[in-house]
Each structure stands twice: as C-alpha cells, then as structure tokens.
Design a protein around this ligand. Structure first.
Ligand SMILES: NC(=O)c1ccc[n+]([C@@H]2O[C@H](COP(=O)([O-])OP(=O)(O)OC[C@H]3O[C@@H](n4cnc5c(N)ncnc54)[C@H](O)[C@@H]3O)[C@@H](O)[C@H]2O)c1
Length: 381
C-alpha cells in the first residue's frame, strides 16, 4: 500500500544531518534510504553551508527528487509556518533547549502538533533552569499525541541489544560498568565543541552517550555517590596543555574556561553495582577510541569500536566451553538507520512507545552528565 509522503524539515545543516567525510553520522542519507519523505526546508543561519548541502543532495540521481521543493531558511519560524509533519532539530544545543524566545524550538514545534527528532544534549542550561521547560515539552507531546525521539542512537545498536539480552539471560545484577571515550583532537576540529557555553562541555555533549548507556544497561545512578576529577588546561604542572590543536579552536577562550582534558568519574548504581567513566582529549588524528565493559558474576561483556560499521561484542562467560577464552560476536551495524527507521514508523503509527529515548528519559541522562561535570568543577574552586 502506498503511504502518504511525510514532509520533513531540518534545523541545522551540519554534520549530524548531512555528514562530513570523517564521521559516520548523516541523518539525511538514512532518511533517503527509508524513503516516503519529502524535505521541504533546511534552516541554518550559515546559508553558504545549507546551500552547499542542498546542491549536493539535489545532484543525487537516486534521491535528488526528495529535495526538489526544499527551501533554504534562515530561521526556524519560517519552517514552523510551513507546517511540516516532522522536524529534525540538530543545531548545537546552545541555540535550543531553553525557555527563552528564539531557543524554545522543541516546545514551539510540539505545541504546533509537529513530530520531532531532537539531538543530544537537550540543552546547555543547568538542569534546574531547564527542567520546567523539559516538562512543558513532554506535556505538549502527550497532549498533542506527538512522537519525540532523542538521538541516543546506541540504544538501537545491535551489539548493545544483544548485551542487554545476555544480561537478562544471566539473571544476576551488574557489578561493574566501565566506559572509556578517548577523543582524537588534532584533526577535524569543530570549534563550537570547545566552547562549553554552546556545547555543554565534553561530558554533557559527547560522553553523554555512555552516561545514557550506563543508565540503559545498569539502571539509575545514586547521585549522592558520584565523584569526579578533572585535568584542566590551567592546572599546575601543565599536564593539561594541548599542543596540537588546529583551527584556532581555543584561542579566544581563557585558560580557566577551556574544556577539561581528562574527566574521571565514578559512582554507585541504585542496584548496588559500580560505574566509572573516563573521557580524554589526547589522541592524534580524528578517529576516537571508545570501548566499554560490563561485568557480572562470571560474565564479562566488552563492546569494541561501537562507532564502527561493524563492532565486536567480546564475551567471556562460564557458559559454553572454555571460561578462559573470549568469544567475539561481530555485528554489522547501522544504528542510525535503525534509530531513524523506528522513529519514522513510530510517527506513521503515532506510537511513542516504540521510541527508546523519550525527552523525559533523556532529561535523566542530562541531569547525570551535569552532576559529573559539576562534581569536577566544584573541586577547581
Ligand atoms: N547523536 C549523534 O551521534 C550525534 C553526532 C554528532 C552530533 N550530534 C549532535 O548534533 C548537534 C549538532 O552537531 P553537528 O556535529 O551537526 O555540528 P556542526 O557544527 O557540524 O553543525 C551545526 C550547524 O548548526 C548551525 N546552526 C547554528 N545555530 C543555528 C540555529 N540557531 N538554527 C539552525 N542552525 C544553526 C550551524 O551553522 C551549523 O551549520 C549537536 O547537538 C551534537 O551533539 C549528535
């Protein structure tokens, strides 16, 4: 049966929506594969960027037709007035996720009855300034029967779904969760990322995916147990100096306001197990190093290269053979495609229950990331 085309609009013409050579994300290319969609507008104040992106997409022999009626817009109000069925909100978080007029984008679209896919992090405001707004967005979705998904794509990763299945089969509680996110910083610099007023800083903006996974896999965190250490540019001993930054990433930011070079945090889950997170800006190049381990009594699960097009879930278990040997399960994975496919199906069926990351749930991850950040910053004063 032929379904009516959904009219969609993008807010932000950056990498999350339209890709960049060095990154695996590019929502438009997955939406093109999903099909049944028509792009009616792209909002970006950088019209040179949006013009470039649109020309590129129009040139595609297979998918150019999806963009023939697309308009380039300088602000989101113009897109709102065009009344799309769905909006993708992927501008940096400093320009959205706020009750202030001009930044209350999620609320304006959901109140107008438009389904929304919103990128992480939800905001850059301290959670206590943001929570009333977050509740208003959740309420607008409920009242208008709107589907809203937040871009925590790892919740759709085939290996992570397998990991959850193995944990449930094991039947025991998680004893330890250990995530490492080593950012490669010497190439492909995105300047906004180095300004925590616009990005939220490395934990709120980037390691947020692993804070979200900690909650998704192990349950809620007992915030009173949280502790964090930071290594900063301004620290005595100068271990936090970075000598290979390109693109003048931090030239206009005073040393004391530069983002942490290393963040080390640990906590106890409400279920009793322990969690740790280490984020660093140290690696050369543009390829991140990301892994995490989950340990239960007699079972270890390690996810290796979760951003890769194929990732390894390394299992060491008491079951099935030699307990000294790792078993590698390889997953061909396009978590972005699965995430967006689920979202479009949910929109067509008006079923929020299909979505693995709601605004309300993402708010809890947001609070967790801010707690990590604040614990570290408090020790600097
Ligand atoms: N879920 C994921 O895997 C993932 C991956 C990358 C980025 N992200 C998120 O996507 C968001 C954007 O990141 P990016 O990598 O695309 O950044 P980017 O710098 O590549 O692009 C951001 C774009 O937003 C535009 N912009 C700035 N202010 C705007 C406004 N008021 N309205 C509309 N557009 C505006 C900029 O001109 C720029 O073109 C961030 O929140 C980031 O955390 C998510």
């Amino acid at each position: 049966m032929n379904q009516a085309k959904l009219k969609i609009g993008f807010i932000g013409a950056g990498a999350i929506h339209f890709g960049r050579p060095e990154v695996p994300w590019d929502h438009a290319s997955r939406l093109e594969k999903i099909g049944g969609l028509e792009v009616i507008g792209i909002v970006d104040p950088d019209t040179r960027r949006s013009d470039e992106v649109l020309k590129d997409r129009l040139a595609s022999p297979d998918y150019g037709h999806m963009y023939t009626n697309c308009r380039l817009l300088a602000n989101y109000e113009e897109l709102l007035a065009m009344n799309p069925d769905v909006v993708f909100i992927g501008s940096p978080p400093g320009y959205r996720g706020s009750p202030l007029g001009g930044k209350n984008i999620e609320l304006e679209f959901t109140r107008a009855g438009i389904h929304a896919f919103v990128e992480k992090p939800l905001s850059v405001l301290p959670p206590e300034e943001f929570s009333t707004y977050a509740c208003a967005v959740t309420e607008a979705c409920r009242v208008n029967n709107i589907v809203l998904s937040v871009g925590y794509k790892f919740r759709y990763h085939a290996a992570i779904l397998k990991m959850k299945e193995l944990i449930a089969q094991h039947g025991g509680k998680v004893m330890a969760f250990n995530a490492r996110y080593y950012f490669a910083y010497t190439e492909g610099i995105n300047k906004y990322w180095f300004n925590s007023d616009i990005s939220g800083g490395p934990i709120v903006e980037q390691a947020t995916h692993f804070c979200d996974l900690a909650r998704y896999i192990c349950g809620e965190v007992d915030m009173s147990t949280l502790d964090t250490l930071l290594l900063n540019d301004s620290d005595e001993g100068e271990a936090g100096k970075l000598n290979h930054l390109s693109n003048q990433a931090e030239e206009d930011i005073p040393s004391c306001k530069r983002i942490p070079r290393v963040t080390l945090s640990h906590w106890r889950f409400q279920d009793g197990g322990l969690g740790t997170l280490m984020h660093s800006l140290t690696l050369p190049g543009s390829r991140y190093h990301v892994t995490f381990d989950v340990q239960l009594d007699g079972l270890q699960l390690s996810l290796i290269d979760p951003y890769g097009s194929s990732s390894i879930l390394r299992v060491r278990s008491l079951e099935g053979g030699n307990p000294n040997q790792d078993q590698d399960l390889v997953f061909e994975n396009d978590m972005y495609l699965r995430e967006l496919d689920t979202f479009i199906i949910a929109v067509r069926q008006k079923k929020q229950s299909l979505i693995k990351s709601s605004y309300e749930d993402a708010m809890k991850t947001y609070e967790f990331t801010w707690a990590i950040r604040r614990q570290g910053e408090a020790k600097m004063k």
